[in-house]
Design a protein around this ligand. Structure first.
Ligand SMILES: [Zn+2]
Length: 397
């Protein structure tokens, strides 16, 4: 029997353990900033399954390592989830979850608690078939705070380990077991205008900050149609998503106005170009344009601060990491995998967007289940993804 058949058999044998582990993780609520317990549960699994090293870092992410030497790969999945929104919209308890029609249901089943499950069991199985000849160094990272600030926790792990020692990062975010190699970047921007307060019965005595903003909003709506397009990642976009003003009462002229902008960046767009476009709008001459910042502390109390700028990234299809991922899939399943890209944003904004470490994604479940009351992952996807994570490190041999 070749090693790929052995992997698939061992995955079947471990399928029930993976299901149990995923249901345990779902049962531990872990919104961003509250991941302590789920990190400890994952650490315990790593220790029980014989990882060579397993620890929780100062920011709260859980990290396990198996093997030594080259190549050095890093598997990442984030362990925080969004909250359940309206609990009455769920027809089951999102944290108790359920198993139905071949799926494991519950908050975080798709985004992204299935990732550490398949990555950890993938390495357990690879160790079983390779023994002392484990073919690589592989880290599994269960990163915190992704839903609050994508890339921040993973970037911290990579910087501490040294970005130059890592040959490839594989993200376990939902891809429907396809190989993904990029997505659009994004920014959160605030534009402010000011004015002069006066009694609203005589508006001419003041200067209305909302009127100073009105032209900016109209020009941003038009700007959206002029943004760059890319055949692989799609078009850049800009949208005003929130507005607020400073005024003392309804009968005062407002003296301040702020709008918030969600900007999606395609190939050829970055921090500087996006800011320049807004600053050069004819009605924005007197407006202040800046990027919002993130500095919420993690559950350990540590705050890592950064701008809310998440760079676009694309790994070329002919890169060795994509080649090896395709080869692993073909060896396991006998067919060509599909290659694509995400609609949403992932920790790849730091691993590849910021730090330049080659990054791909291969995850169980589908993007459309994420953040919804249909949150689920099929057992079949768990098995497919687990096989992939077990086989990938063999491809450098
Ligand atoms: Zn996610």
């Amino acid at each position: 029997m070749n090693q790929f058949s052995m992997i698939r058999n061992l995955v079947k044998e471990n399928s029930q353990s993976m299901t149990n582990f995923l249901r345990d993780l779902i049962a531990i609520p872990s919104t961003s900033g509250n991941e302590r317990q789920v990190a400890q549960r994952i650490l315990l699994e790593m220790e029980n399954l014989g990882f060579d090293e397993a620890y929780i870092d100062d920011y709260g992410s859980v990290i396990g390592r198996m093997g030594r030497g080259k190549p050095c790969l890093l598997y990442d999945g984030h362990i925080d989830t969004v909250d359940v929104a309206d609990p009455s919209s769920w027809d089951f308890d999102p944290y108790r979850g359920k198993i139905q029609e071949g799926y494991i249901w519950g908050r975080g089943a798709s985004d992204n608690k299935a990732a550490p499950v398949v990555q950890i069991y993938g390495l357990k199985i690879l160790k079983e078939i390779s023994g002392e000849a484990f073919p690589a160094t592989v880290y599994v990272v269960g990163s915190v705070q992704e839903e609050a600030c994508d890339g921040l926790a993973l970037g911290h792990v990579i910087r501490q380990r040294g970005s130059d020692i890592i040959d490839g990062v594989v993200l376990g975010e939902c891809t429907g077991c396809k190989i993904y190699r990029g997505h659009r970047g994004r920014m959160e921007i605030m534009v402010s205008t000011s004015g002069v307060s006066a009694h609203a019965s005589a508006p001419e005595r003041g200067e209305n900050a909302i009127y100073n903003m009105a032209g900016v909003i109209r020009e941003i709506e038009e700007l959206n149609h002029r943004l760059k397009d890319d055949p692989f990642l799609g078009k850049g976009s800009i949208a005003v998503t929130k507005i607020e003003c400073d005024t003392d009462s309804i009968n005062c002229i407002p003296y301040g106005c702020r709008i918030y902008i969600d900007r999606r960046l395609t190939v050829g767009e970055d921090r500087e170009s996006a800011l320049r476009e807004i600053r050069s709008l004819s009605s924005a001459k007197k407006a202040d344009v800046k990027i919002l910042r993130f500095n919420d502390p993690s559950y350990t109390g540590l705050a890592l601060e950064q701008e809310k700028y998440y760079p676009t990234w694309v790994l070329p299809e002919d890169h060795a990491l994509v080649h090896n991922a395709v080869k692993a899939y073909k060896n396991l399943f006998g067919t060509d995998p599909q290659i694509g890209r995400w609609t949403f944003s992932t920790n790849g904004v730091s691993s590849m967007g910021e730090l330049g470490v080659p990054t791909i994604g291969f995850g169980p479940s589908l993007e459309e289940y994420a953040h919804s009351n249909q949150d689920r992952c099929s057992v079949e996807d768990l098995e497919t993804a687990c096989s992939f994570y077990a086989a990938l490190p063999l491809m450098w041999g």
